[in-house]
Design a binder for this molecule. Structure first.
Ligand SMILES: [Zn+2]
Length: 87
């Protein structure tokens, strides 16, 4: 067998967790594939919903949105973004 070690380990863990090796690998590789996201500062789903409800960001969150392309994109794509002339 020529399986890489990470693959063997993932399959072992997957069996324990009742998941699949693919799901585990995808999850564990995501930070490597997208090293900048999520950062500690990034918006959580809860925050996006909150933002959607209120339509405003606190100054520190709005600062992050300006500095983080990923969050900016998420905010733009949220349904609240029905700003005049948007798009
Ligand atoms: Zn972010």
């Amino acid at each position: 067998m020529n399986k890489p070690l990470f693959r063997i380990e993932a399959e072992r863990l997957a069996a324990e967790l009742g998941s699949t090796a693919e799901a585990l690998l995808e999850r564990s590789l995501r930070p490597i594939l997208h090293p900048d996201f999520p950062t500690r500062e990034c918006f959580l789903p809860d925050e996006l919903l909150e933002f959607e409800r209120r339509g405003t960001l606190t100054p520190d969150r709005s600062q992050h949105a300006e500095s983080c392309d990923t969050c900016a994109a998420m905010l733009r794509s949220s349904s609240w973004s029905g700003a005049p002339n948007a798009g």
